[in-house]
Write a protein that binds this ligand. Structure first.
Ligand code: PEP
Ligand code: MG
Length: 556
């Protein structure tokens, strides 16, 4: 049989290329149906005990290959798998006529409810139990265990989608590239892949056809996955030089007329701060604190947080560092903030809404930030995610001031906040536009869904008109307006943002050089004229084309 050399298309993240064999991530298992068992209860009981023993043995084996907190969690899960009360509960359910799969599922679900009812740390362990239950049911069904697969050899991970927690825990020595069927360019999988420098193609609808062990070339610049390449194609891809960003001067962001347009970096851990400095970041425009705690079961202590924030601020003496307080919810669940299932989690209890319900966690975080502010020389600015209106802005700013923070702002990413920007800028020190969510909510297009990725376009005049409202409100009140969504990394759109009144841009450090070069081509009045063209267009594509043509026609 001749292997087909299919080309799968998606949205590439970054410029890299990777060559390797596919390892698919199995999907979560559905709930076992609640039907009457026709099997002999004694056989079903045997199957349950064997599957739980095998699950525990597998978890112990995984624990021996892990370190630190990961190891502790796996060891605790192995104990849960063989908890005598679960086995007894499953046996009683089999006696009532349940299948082995259903009995195990219900026994663990009962155990989960008990833990959730205890709250705090124990509630956090309920997610671990769900994982153990899935593993045991997979054993019973004889199908692969869901979750990121383990392999001793490097591989290309292919998945329907990855939860941020999965992406955060990937073994970067083994994962050569990520390919997902779902997820748009601003999904958190894409953002984390970008920040870890991983080659990725997301929203790759045809990736369903890729199978385990198949050789593929993942080309992020082209946004393609080539299945079964020839030996020569694979060799060429392996030796293809990376696009070099170096060699260009790391000057501050500035327009052709000498006006400053500061270029800042988006970061997720203090450790990757130095990479941003090396690429010329003039500070940090968005530090996503939730990325530090995705796998934490308990709320981090003030002392632990203070250490992390101090390490970050020390890398930027005298520079602006914008730290966003925890943005939990939707696809970034934090176990210690508690959650209940929601039909539309992106429209649910997320960002500041979740923090208001856990005010002590917010107070602890602000206290840790204030201590880091006093211990370092950085210009710390702290902002809240998902603010909807003036009341929420006041709530956050008042709390921050009470706890000693000097500069407080909000992310404008909910359309209501953009419409009411004129009111919001009266009570805060700065705003930062989250174009990822602002686009998602304006266009009613879930940023996690590859099938609507074409709507996730920040060039859409509807999004740009909201940016204009925010820019004008900030300008009138002399309040800085940043952009910290992925759109700031688009060199052409960056010019439009400046023309709409944006005063600083924050992006993945790899994009800094291109945006810096782009801004140098225009003065403020040119940028304003280009922005007018974009807001008057009728579609994202025509806005982009109009700006590109007009820029090309400008005298160089
Ligand atoms: C945004 O929504 O643009 C943003 C910066 O926040 P996040 O991507 O973390 O939701
Ligand atoms: Mg957001």
């Amino acid at each position: 049989m001749v292997a087909t050399r299919a080309l799968v298309h998606g949205i590439g993240i970054g410029n890299g290329t990777a060559v390797g064999v596919v390892l698919r991530m199995p999907d979560p298992l559905g709930d076992p149906p609640d039907v009457d068992s026709t099997a002999d209860p004694v056989d079903e009981y045997m199957r349950v005990t064997e599957s739980l023993a095998a699950t525990a043995a597998d978890l112990v084996a995984r624990a021996t290959r892990s370190e630190g907190e990961g190891r502790d969690v796996l060891e605790a899960q192995a104990l849960m798998a063989e908890d005598p009360s679960v086995i007894e509960d499953a046996r009683a359910r089999i006696d009532q006529g349940k299948t082995a799969e259903r009995a195990v599922f219900e026994a663990f679900r009962e155990f989960q409810r008990v833990l959730e009812g205890m709250g705090g740390y124990m509630a956090g362990r309920a997610a671990d139990l769900r994982d153990v239950a899935q593993r045991a049911v997979a054993q019973l069904r004889g199908v692969p265990v869901p979750g990121v697969p383990h392999s001793d050899a490097p591989f290309v991970l292919v998945a329907h989608d990855l939860a941020p927690a999965d992406t955060a825990l990937l073994d970067l020595d083994k994962v050569l590239a990520i390919v997902t069927r779902d997820g748009g360019p601003t999904s958190h999988t894409a953002i984390l892949a970008r920040s870890k420098g991983l080659v990725a193609v997301v929203g790759a609808a045809g990736s369903e056809t890729l199978y385990n062990g198949q050789l593929v070339i993942v080309d992020a610049a082209a946004g393609t996955v080539q299945a079964n390449p020839s030996p020569q194609e694979a060799e060429d891809a392996r030796t293809r030089p990376l696009q070099i960003i170096g060699g260009r001067r790391l000057t501050p962001g500035v327009l052709a007329d000498g006006r400053a347009g500061p270029l800042l970096a988006n970061r997720g851990t203090p450790q990757d701060a130095s990479a941003a400095v090396a690429l010329g970041a003039e500070g940090v425009g968005l530090f996503r604190t939730e990325f530090l705690f995705l796998d934490a079961h308990e709320a981090p202590t003030v002392a632990a947080q203070q250490d992390q924030y101090t390490a970050l601020l020390r890398a930027f003496p005298g520079k602006r560092v914008v730290v966003r307080v925890l943005d939990a919810g939707a696809d970034k669940q934090l176990a210690f903030l508690g959650s209940s299932p929601e039909e539309n989690p992106a429209l649910g209890r997320r960002g500041i809404r979740a923090l208001k319900q856990n005010e002590q966690t917010l107070r602890d975080q602000l206290t840790a930030l204030a201590a880091a502010q006093e211990a370092t020389e950085a210009d710390l600015c702290v902002m809240a995610p998902m603010i909807a209106d003036l009341d929420e802005t006041r709530y956050f700013v008042d709390l921050g001031r009470e706890l000693g923070l000097r500069t407080l702002g909000v992310t404008v990413e909910v359309p209501s906040a953009a419409v009411l920007a004129e009111q919001i800028v009266q009570v805060c020190d700065f705003v930062s536009i989250g174009t990822n969510d602002l686009t998602q909510y304006t266009m009613a297009a879930d940023r996690m869904l590859g099938s609507v990725a074409s709507y996730q376009d920040p060039w859409h005049p509807a999004v740009l008109r909201l940016v204009k409202m925010i820019g004008e409100a900030g300008g009138a009140a002399s309040v800085p307006v940043g952009v910290c969504g992925e759109a700031a990394a688009d060199p052409l759109l960056a010019i439009v943002f400046v023309g709409l009144g944006v005063t600083d841009l924050s992006m993945s450090p790899a994009a800094l050089a291109d945006v810096r070069e782009s801004l140098r081509r225009v003065g403020l009045s040119d940028a304003q004229a280009l922005a007018r063209l974009a807001t008057q267009a009728t579609s994202a594509a025509s806005a982009r084309a109009a700006v590109a043509d007009a820029l090309a026609a400008l005298p160089q």
